[in-house]
Design a protein around this ligand. Structure first.
Ligand SMILES: [Zn+2]
Length: 507
């Protein structure tokens, strides 16, 4: 059932020093007889700085909001000099190694287990943010395989893949010679790789080259059928945003009969990665389009609009941003609303989706504000409540849009505010973690301050009835055995009809 998998599907986004440019070139190899382990080798072409002692594996990764401790998967860690002799190191913590004589280091090598088939006692990693290795393919989230020298987070990285010759490689990274190149460690982590027996389909949306790579174990679904299903959504995204802030974009889909749970997707700047079941989601292309619309909308936020906490990601320990409501709630709202406004989704389906979100919110702990969902996302309790960021977060974004349209007499809703923010901020230009709420109020209306205080910072019930009434849509809370529902009034007054028309206008 579509709603069931939608409910269980999770939609998954420094140190500055002035060392000489040192390209950090890694080889990732798969070897016969090792079907759970990748072999990783870092070969240095010049000397490390003597202070570069700390080699780090990621504790978490942008956009996942979960503790990962990738060091748990590392085996046979070795540090070698140029003659291949072992050098001394200490393991300071699960994720951190201290190298005693960094200037002598030529090679670092280790084996690292895939996250899918490796049992862990706690903090299992979302499959779409982990790694998988089988005879016919590999799924590589770079943070799940690649450790790095803390002092070299902002240096260029290269990845050479040693995999069977007939494998197709899908990634947003560009290849130069043997290496897939990334500008920094953050860029590398932002660029997953799917390799193996894949199908490929591509198209141009405006000036953006869109590629879809698909692994489907039993060939239940392929890239062409996914592209056919997604084409309208991609065009609607362009219409909603006026332009697509990316030259190219890569979708990586992984289907097998029974992938690890929870299935879902993870967004990146120029790509997104999906793990779905052949017997489940693959049978519901419309559902996949909705998930893909969400991930694709992430090119707006957090990938372009984010605070400095996202811009300079802390891989050593999780440091959450309070604006998760914006990164995930606004994204979920935007991905549904662009389909509604482009006529790709009926009003009935849109409102049913909203009802479902109200229902899920009702099952979860009401005492958590949207800010709590953000700042406590890395705790075990936070993980239990986390799905609500896609529900209450999206509902709050929707209400904010209606409020803005009402206050501006239909001139300027949340979409227009987002487009203004996109013109001001972007990659390398984060908004202020502390000042963002003030900025939103300043660029809109004083009433928005109360909305933020009540419904983002605090957990006051969302004014669904009041706001939807402005559109001539009657909201009825759950009761008498009925779920929460929205009814579109046929006899709405002129003012309501006018605002409703603007709210769901065709772009
Ligand atoms: Zn998301």
């Amino acid at each position: 059932m579509k709603s069931l998998w939608l409910l269980t599907t999770l939609l998954l986004c420094c140190i500055h020093v002035s060392f000489a440019q040192q390209s950090m070139n890694y080889q990732i190899a798969v070897r016969d007889g090792f079907d759970n382990d990748f072999f990783v080798t870092l070969s240095l072409d010049s000397k490390l700085d003597k202070e570069a002692t700390l080699f780090q594996f990621a504790s978490t990764a942008p956009g996942t909001y979960q503790t990962m401790n990738i060091g748990r998967y590392v085996h046979d860690f070795e540090v070698l000099d140029k003659k291949g002799r072992p050098l001394e190191f200490d393991r300071l913590s699960v994720n951190q190694f201290e190298i005693k004589k960094p200037k002598k280091v030529q090679t670092i090598q280790y084996r690292i287990s895939e996250t899918w088939d490796t049992k862990v006692k706690e903090n299992p990693i979302y499959p779409m943010a982990g790694s998988s290795l089988e005879m016919d393919h590999a799924m590589i989230s770079p943070h799940a395989l690649i450790g790095y020298f803390l002092d070299y987070q902002t240096q260029p990285y290269g990845i050479e893949l040693v995999v069977p010759e007939d494998w197709t490689i899908g990634t947003a990274l560009k290849k130069e010679g043997r290496f897939y190149k990334a500008d920094t460690y953050d860029h590398l982590v932002d660029s997953p790789i799917l390799a193996g027996e894949l199908t490929l389909a591509d198209t141009l949306i405006d000036d953006t080259h869109v590629e879809i790579y698909t692994y489907s174990k039993n060939e239940v679904v392929d890239s062409r059928s996914l592209l056919n299903a997604m084409h309208g959504m991609l065009a609607a995204s362009k219409a909603f945003l006026k332009y697509l802030p990316a030259e190219s974009y890569t979708f990586l889909f992984h289907f097998e009969p029974q992938p690890p749970m929870p299935t879902g997707a993870w967004e990146h700047s120029l790509s997104s990665q999906y793990v779905f079941s052949e017997g489940g989601e693959a049978q519901d292309l419309e559902g996949i389009v909705h998930v893909a619309a969400h991930e694709f909308f992430h090119i707006v936020t957090p990938l372009n609009l984010h605070s400095e906490k996202v811009e300079h990601f802390n891989f050593i320990e999780p440091d959450p941003s309070q604006h998760l409501w914006f990164y995930e709630g606004v994204t979920e709202w935007g991905s549904l609303t662009l389909l509604l406004r482009d006529g790709k989704m009926s009003l009935e389906t849109y409102l049913n989706n909203m009802s479902q979100k109200v229902q899920i919110d009702g099952f979860l702990d009401k005492s958590w504000s949207l800010k709590d969902l953000a700042t406590r996302s890395y705790t075990a309790k936070g993980q239990q409540q986390f799905v609500n960021i896609y529900c209450r977060g999206a509902l709050a974004a929707g209400l904010l849009d209606i409020r803005l349209l009402k206050l501006s007499n239909g001139e300027r809703g949340l979409r227009e505010v987002i487009l203004e923010l996109l013109a001001k901020y972007g990659k390398g230009k984060p908004f202020s973690e502390e000042q963002f709420f003030n900025e939103l109020v300043e660029m809109t209306y004083p009433e928005i301050r109360t909305f933020i205080d009540d419904h983002i910072l605090d957990n006051k019930p969302l004014p669904l009835k009041e706001y939807f009434a402005w559109l001539g849509i009657d909201y009825r809370a759950a009761g008498d055995g009925q779920p929460p529902r929205f009814f579109v009034k046929v006899k709405a007054n002129e003012e309501q009809l006018k605002l409703r028309k603007i709210w769901m206008r065709n772009l």
